[in-house]
Design a protein around this ligand. Structure first.
Ligand code: GH3
Ligand code: MG
Ligand code: MG
Ligand code: MG
Ligand code: MG
Length: 322
């Protein structure tokens, strides 16, 4: 989980002793947004709710030990990257080793020395900031600011597996800007880039469910991954996107389709029983691909959406085809 680049750092202090919490809170008060939990259960809830950048964790607490809290977080794929710094009354090598082996980044014995706590907290927050930056660079498209192709591939594969387990429908939209080569030729590449940014923002504005992903699929093509969505609803969303781009009224004097920028969209679904549906494309009905045919299944879903897109182009562009 990653927050906005310039937001203040968030630090969670966990200790069953209010005096220690007050002391640690005072030592690092100027590092950002500091919040507290006094039990393991409360700490885990807070990690989910507030997604801290760093956790200062006591080892001995009545409900759950810090070691158990650490182990639970490191097992959760969503929160495993959270850096955990133990601040513990234990001074023995075994406890320190145990904490580090469970995945903690650091271990400080009580009573904590304020300058040491500050220095280590600063180091771990800086590292977290850099890691978040790298994650962003690896997953966000530099031109448009939406998810890149790598995120699309990863998300589609995750959602495909989830769909096969849960048997809920998964939809895919492929979106292509009409006559964009002519746009570049007429207005220049820089204007073309700006046009792609504007279109990406308009498309993103159409998505509201947290699980939906809009990505730049390549060049002037975008894709939307829509988990637990019926083909009907996907078609409605596709039409909403088409209209949102039309409503931008971006001039395109060289287009054959009209005098303004437009998009064509293809939609397809993987529905119950792992079958893809999309017009014209033969229904894919392989065995439910828990893992074996995952890639074949994903390829079939993309091909089905692509077939719709191809027909939308052939039928005159600026339209949605299932
Ligand atoms: P169609 O309606 O059939 O999709 O025609 P088209 O011209 O949009 O399709 P084609 O695939 O022939 O051309 C796509 C164009 O998109 C060519 C390429 O220069 C342009 N393009 C791809 N990526 C970028 C980009 O990042 N910036 C700009 N400015 N143009 C891009
Ligand atoms: Mg304690
Ligand atoms: Mg294209
Ligand atoms: Mg093309
Ligand atoms: Mg195009």
């Amino acid at each position: 989980m990653h927050k906005k680049p310039d937001a203040p750092a968030r630090v969670l202090i966990v200790d069953d002793d209010p005096g220690t919490i007050r002391l640690l809170g005072k030592i690092i008060e100027d590092f950002g947004d500091i919040f507290f939990a006094t039990s393991g259960a409360e700490a885990l809830a807070m990690v989910r709710e507030r997604q801290p950048d760093l956790m200062l964790l006591d080892a001995e607490m009545p409900d759950m030990t810090g070691f158990e809290v650490c182990e639970t977080i490191k097992r959760d794929p969503i929160f495993a990257d959270l850096p955990i710094l133990f601040v513990s009354a234990h001074t023995d090598m075994e406890s320190e080793t145990k904490a580090l082996e469970l995945g903690a980044v650091d271990f400080i014995s009580k009573p904590p020395s304020p300058p040491v706590v500050r220095a280590r907290v600063r180091t771990h927050l800086n590292l977290k900031l850099r890691t978040d930056q790298l994650h962003r660079l690896a997953s966000v498209d530099g031109l448009t600011g939406i998810a890149n192709r790598r995120s699309f591939d990863t998300t589609l594969e995750e959602e495909w597996r989830r769909t096969c387990r849960a048997k809920t429908p998964l939809c895919l939209l492929l979106i292509d800007v009409d006559h964009f080569k002519r746009y570049n030729d007429h207005y220049g590449h820089q204007a073309g880039d700006q046009c792609l940014r504007t279109i990406a923002a308009a498309l993103a504005g159409c998505l509201h469910r947290p699980g939906d992903l809009l990505a730049r699929y390549g060049g002037e093509e975008f894709a939307a991954v829509l988990p637990a969505c019926s083909l009907d609803d996907a078609a409605k969303l596709a039409e909403k996107m088409r209209q949102a781009v039309a409503a931008l009224h971006l001039p395109h004097a060289a287009s054959e389709t009209g005098a303004e920028v437009s998009i064509s969209l293809g939609a397809a679904t993987l529905s119950l029983g792992c079958q893809t549906k999309g017009s014209d494309y033969p229904t894919w009905s392989g065995a439910c691909p828990d893992s074996q045919d995952c890639h074949g299944g994903i390829a079939a879903l993309i091909a089905a959406a692509d077939a719709g897109l191809y027909r939308a182009k052939a039928a005159g562009r600026n339209r949605v085809v299932l």
